[in-house]
Design a protein around this ligand. Structure first.
Ligand SMILES: [Zn+2]
Length: 82
């Protein structure tokens, strides 16, 4: 039954994007809590877990920054307020 197994392979390919959506993954590699935040709001590097305290200064925080909005927007907001 080679036909049914290839159909199953095709199906699994369609499932992958559902399991790994293009969204910020805040899952902590240490405690698995979805509690990762940026270590420094002004930097695209550095992650810290607000649940267990795990941190990685070299980890890319770009995906979190992207989710929170472009840097330019934050800078413009800051300028408008002052
Ligand atoms: Zn953690």
């Amino acid at each position: 039954m080679a036909r049914s197994s290839s159909a199953r392979a095709a199906l699994s390919l369609k499932v992958v994007p559902v399991l790994f959506p293009a969204k910020a993954d805040r899952t902590c590699p240490s405690c698995s809590a979805r509690a990762l935040v940026r270590q420094d709001p002004d930097s695209l590097r550095g992650l810290v877990c607000s649940a267990c305290g795990w941190s990685d200064a070299e980890a890319s925080a770009f995906f979190l920054a992207e989710e929170e909005g472009p840097f330019e927007d934050a800078v413009l907001r800051e300028r408008e307020e002052h």
